[in-house]
Structures are given as C-alpha cells and as structure tokens.
Design a protein. Structure first.
Length: 601
C-alpha cells in the first residue's frame, strides 16, 4: 500500500510548481489579458478554449469542461494517480517523497507492473555497463564508434549491449529476485516450447525505450553479426504500447517547446545522429507507421512537424501516410528529402550535421509541395489522360486548404506548370469548396482568416437563481469572509445538488483553517465532475470587488427560488385536498402559503 504524503509536503510541492510553467511543458500557451490560452490537450479542437489562470493556479477547458489544479493536470495528462502526480512534480522541484510508483498510461501501484518497471531499470544499467566497460560489449561498442556515435551520446541515451547468451539476463534477473514468468510477461525473457526460459535479447546493441517520464519500459536490439532479424523490439505489454510512445520524446520535449518544431524520424539511429549533430528536437516512431495517438500527442506540444524519413520508395510512402495523419491532427506539415537515397543517419555522417540542417531540414517541402510531387509518381504526365487525372487530384487537395493565399499560390503554380488559365482552375476550386460545405469562404482572393481567439462555450441562458448560486460560490472561493456570511444566512440551502456539494466542502475547507485558495480547495473534492465544475466557476469573469448589497441580492435570489418551489408544492397539495373535498385541510395549506409569502417579503 502506498504511503500517504503529508499535507504540508503536498502544499509545498503545489506552491513550488507554477501551473503556467507546468502546463506550458505540454501545451503551447499564449497570454491574453490575465490568463493563458492554448489548444486543449484533452480533446480535439482547432480554436483554443483551454485557459490557465496564474492568479488562481487552476486550469479549465471551456470546450470539454475539464479543470483543476496543477496535480489534476498532471494526473489527467500522464494518466497517474493523485499521489503519483505529487511525486512527479515533487521530483522536479527537489522534494523528497515516500516511494510511489508511476507508469506511462496508468498507475503502477499494481505490484506486478512495478516489478517489471524495476527490472527494466536494472537491465538498462547492466546493458550500459557491459557496453562501456567489459570485453563482452567490445563488438557493440566498436560498432557504435564506427557509426560515429560518441561516448557522451552513448551515455546520454544509455545505449547498452546484451551478451550472446541464452541465460545471462535470466540469471541476473533471478539473482535480483525477479521471477522468470513475470519477466516473460514483461517482454524481457522468452519461453521456449521445451519449457525453458531464455534471454530475449542476445548479441545485440540495446536501445532503451523510455516513456515520456524518462523511465525505461522496453528495449530495441540491433544485431551486430548479421543475425536476423536486424532489429528486435520488446513485445507490447501492459507497460509498453508502442503506438502511444515516441522514441526520445522525454529528452526532446523541452527543445520541441523552445523551437516550436519537431523532426519526425523513422529510426533510433537517425534520432541519435541528429542529436549528436545538435538537432535535439528529433523523435521517432517505434518500428511502425505513426499512429493517431502519436499524431495527437505531437500536436499537443507543437504545430510544426518536419517529416524526415528515408528517401527510398518505402520512405516516401511512409512520409505520405504520416503527412496525412499529422495534417488531420492539425499540424503544419513539412517533408524533408535527401539526395542519393540516403537515410538521415548516413546523410549526417557523409555531409555533416550543419549540411543536414541547411540542405535537408531548412529546405524541406511544404505539405502541398510534397503532395504534388508525390502524386506525380503515379502518372505519366506526357499522357493527356494522366495529366488531367493528376490535375484533378491536385485540385482536390488545394480546395481543402484553409488559407486563401496558399490556395492562390498553388493554383498559379499548377496553371503555369500545365499551361492552363488561372481563372479556370480557380472556378474548379470554388465549385469544390461549395460541395465541401465551406460556405462563403470560396473566393481565392478573399481576406478571410481563421479566428484564433480563445473560444468559450456559448453561455446558456441560466435562470437567475442558477447564476446567483454560481456567482456567489465564485466569490466564496476567493474570500473566506464572504463564505462565512453565506454560511450564516444560507448554510447549504442551495437549489442545485452539485452546488450544495461544493459549498459543503468549502465550509469544511475554511473550518480546517485554510485560507482562500481555489487551487488548494479543488484537492479536497474527490469527484472529478465536481472538480471540473469548481474550476469552471472559479474561472468566471466577474468583478472581484463585491458589495454587501450584491451578496444579499444573490442570497435573496437563491431563497426566493426555494420559496417558489415550496409554495408550488403546497399549491399542488392544496388542489389535491380540494379535489378530495377536504376543505379544512385546503384552508390550512392556504394559510401556510400566506405565512410563507409574508416571511419572504
């Protein structure tokens, strides 16, 4: 069972981790007035509706409704428990904490998963030591040096070597107390048909695969003696789902945020070669085509993506598929290409990192430029039929472009290349956009641009009492004196059940001696939907100076609603008494209604 973290330590960690700084590591934020806005990381959107308040130290998305404090954000974004979120932020701010486990997609308070995570950690250290300091690792070490990898980079990426033995790793893990059966399930050992456990990785250079928190959750092994397969990866496990991770994302994340750009490679060696050349914002998929999850993860952090796959036919096909998925996720896509069919690793070693940056990355094609070249591969443009089919296909793509300037640019390019009139191609684009439902934004020359202002949900017209309760709770969360006044006059007699829950927790929060602090208060509420509502109410744009008269007006509005409901209930009871011809009871109820009306005047 995990150890409870002392409340004072939790408070110290919360205070040490400014929510704007923490969220800013995951979301591109832009300051607008007092708050910061960005695209919500919890749902797909094109217009920013995700708001972060530095004053209140909370966040709220006006699109999907998620909200909370810095711990809530880390819990949701990393898939952790509350204590694991506290631990993660505590480690960043230098606080010592009781041991609480964590994993990439959920809590590893599950002992078996934590066991596998620890085994990966031990093997990362072991394989790295064998590569750097033993005779067994000499061949692997020399292979890396031959590929131009420096000792510093070997250490940075914790590259290692697994001996060419059936049971070296097995014996090591057993000596550390790990059971072979759980290690098979964790992808570290294999189980043969003859009932024997043996090492999964043998005679291979080892590339640790870390999750986004920097913990090793899998390995990739490269053969050094021509043994098939050339690359061998860990199987998918409860700890490792390759479609949800990106190689080197943990090291590249800060550079990605700083540059506002990411380079997407195919393999680990491409990432490592680029990193060594000073290009530290490179990542790679893990042996498969990019997935929807990976594309969304990239878009959460950055808009601009340079796809830099191999320049052979397979690489070009993979670039096309990746560009489609990234474009769909809202990324600004560029595609790099290399001469002589080289891969990025070879190009850097042949021409230098500086040449790679200038001649490959800086010269990368726009998404549309790449698409036009890609489509040409499937047609003989000397043939009229093929030429027309190609033009139709390119027009389809141009019509989907948001920016009029870009549409105009590529229409001109297409018209010039094929000796066609600009006007005829423009008309084709307008017709296509009408069919696609783009409304009035059809003219290539118009000046319409996408509105990038932060979006909030269209406010529903709420009843007066509902607004009164929300506004009153907002002020109560920011001022304990107002909460005391409301508690004295109204107590928990709010009309909406969720508001009753909030004020009950709020009264208890203040009675425990806490000062007004929405970020701290949110932690006291166990229900996520109520937490979201608290953040929404705390983010209301209201004047912070409020008079006693305004407070009293809110209280009166809430009480009036209660009175109306009570009177409506009594009137229904009165009608029922009259229907039964119980005139005495009907008269008694009428007197009750009169007294209630007098009391609320």
């Amino acid at each position: 069972m995990s150890t409870r973290i002392p409340e004072q330590v939790v408070e110290d960690i919360r205070n040490a981790n400014d929510i704007v700084d923490v969220v800013g590591q995951y979301v591109q934020l832009t300051k607008k007035s007092r708050n910061y806005f960005g695209l919500c990381p919890f749902h797909n959107e094109k217009t920013p509706s995700f708001s972060v308040s530095p004053d209140k130290q909370i966040f709220h998305c006006f699109g999907c409704g998620k909200g909370g404090n810095v711990f809530t954000f880390i819990r949701e974004i990393e898939g952790l428990s509350f204590q694991e979120s506290v631990r993660l932020l505590g480690e960043k701010s230098g606080h010592q904490l009781p041991d609480v486990a964590s994993q990439q997609n959920g809590s590893t308070t599950n002992p078996e998963l934590q066991n596998v995570l620890e085994a990966h950690n031990w093997l990362t250290k072991l394989y790295h030591h064998l590569l750097r300091h033993t005779k067994e690792g000499k061949d692997g070490y020399e292979l890396l040096l031959k590929r131009g990898v420096t000792e510093e980079i070997i250490d940075t990426f914790q590259l290692g070597f697994a001996p060419n033995s059936n049971d070296f790793t097995k014996k090591f893990l057993e000596n550390k107390g790990f059971h072979p059966q759980s290690m098979v399930k964790g992808g570290l050992l294999s189980y043969s048909e003859n009932g024997l456990y043996h090492d999964r990785f043998r005679g291979r250079v080892i590339f640790p695969i870390r999750n986004h928190q920097g913990k090793t959750v899998a390995f990739a092994g490269r053969s050094i003696n021509g043994k098939d397969p050339k690359y061998l990866n860990s199987p998918e496990t409860d700890l490792f789902q390759k479609g949800k991770l990106l190689y080197n994302f943990d090291l590249a994340r800060s550079e990605i945020r700083k540059l506002g750009e990411v380079v997407l490679f195919e393999g680990q060696m491409d990432v490592i070669a680029a990193y060594q050349a000073g290009i530290k914002h490179g990542i790679a998929t893990l042996g498969t085509a990019i997935t929807d999850n990976q594309a969304k993860l990239i878009r959460r952090y950055v808009e601009r993506v340079i796809i830099c796959y191999d320049s052979d036919d397979a690489g070009i096909e993979a670039s096309f598929k990746a560009s489609q998925l990234l474009k769909k996720s809202g990324c600004e896509v560029r595609v790099a290409s290399m001469k002589d069919g080289l891969d990025p690793d070879d190009y850097i070693r042949t021409y230098s990192g500086e040449a790679f940056r200038k001649e490959v990355l800086d010269a990368s094609a726009t998404y549309m430029g790449f698409i036009m070249q890609y489509f040409k591969r499937g047609y003989n443009l000397n043939n009229e039929g093929d030429q027309l089919a190609y033009i139709e296909k390119v027009l389809d793509e141009i019509s989907k472009m948001d920016k009029p300037l870009e549409r105009e640019f590529y229409i001109k390019e297409l018209a010039t290349e094929h000796d066609l009139s600009y006007e005829s191609l423009e008309k084709e684009i307008i017709d296509r956009r009408k069919k696609q439902g783009f409304g009035k934004d059809n003219n290539v020359h118009n000046t319409y641009t996408i509105n990038k202002k932060p979006m909030q949900k269209k406010a529903k017209l709420l009843p007066a009492f509902h607004n009164a309760e929300r506004h009153l709770i907002h002020h109560m969360m920011l001022n304990d004196a107002i909460a005391d006044k409301v508690q004295e006059q109204l107590g928990g007699a709010f009309n909406l059940a969720e508001h009753q829950v909030i004020v009950t927790y709020l009264y208890a929060f203040y009675e425990e001696g806490h000062s007004a602090n929405p970020s701290h208060f949110i932690e006291q509420i166990p229900d996520l939907s109520i937490q979201n509502l608290v953040s929404e109410i705390a983010m209301l744009k209201l004047q912070q100076d409020i008079s006693d008269e305004e407070i009293q007006d809110y209280i009166t509005s809430i009480q009036q609603k209660k009175k109306q409901e009570s009177i409506s209930s009594l009137q229904a009871e009165q009608r029922e008494a009259e229907r039964r011809q119980d005139h005495i009871r009907a008269a008694q109820i009428a007197m009750q209604i009169i007294e209630m009306n007098k009391a609320y005047r």
